[in-house]
Design a protein around this ligand. Structure first.
Ligand code: ATP
Length: 140
């Protein structure tokens, strides 16, 4: 039994986040999950959403990470998040995300006109990625 977690966020670019923490809150496809030290082992698929990491007992030091889906595993007080891409709030290029959002919106419009369901799905996911980055960067 311990009183802290170690949180790792790993992407194909390497480990983009690694810190001790007291609480991790993430959005799974079934809803929000909060993990504190000594939580039972779990593996859950994540939504494209922000992950919130509280580093201390008080709410004074909170990190936000934009996570592009993936999975989260908790075992032996180690929380591992593995995703295709993930960025800490401070590492997000907001203007890039704004451009990606506009691009995705245009693609959605076009896919609707052409009734292209696959393109509509792809563009909708791209839109969610961009909005998630914009939201996460707003905490910085
Ligand atoms: P874009 O259309 O701007 O490339 P994307 O959603 O297609 O966005 P991804 O394929 O999800 O981008 O990510 C490619 C790489 O670029 C990943 O390493 C990701 O962390 C990084 N990345 C994407 N958008 C941003 C951003 N706005 N700020 C910082 N890094 C980003």
């Amino acid at each position: 039994m311990g009183n802290k977690l170690v949180v790792n966020v790993v992407t194909p670019n390497g480990t983009i986040y690694e810190h001790n923490a007291k609480l991790v809150v993430a959005k799974t496809i079934d809803g929000e999950v909060g993990i504190m030290p000594n939580h039972a082992p779990i593996i859950v698929p994540l939504a494209i959403d922000e992950v919130r990491v509280r580093r201390t007992d008080a709410d004074t030091h909170v990190d936000w990470i934009a996570v592009n889906g993936g999975i989260m595993e908790m075992r032996d007080n180690i929380v591992s998040i593995i995703a295709d891409s993930a960025e800490r709030d401070r590492d997000i290029d907001v203007s890039r995300a704004e451009r990606a959002k506009i691009r995705a919106e245009r693609k959605i419009q076009k896919a609707k006109e052409l009734q292209d369901k696959n393109e509509l799905k792809r563009a909708t996911v791209a839109l969610h990625r961009a909005i998630n980055r914009i939201n996460a960067s707003s905490h910085h």
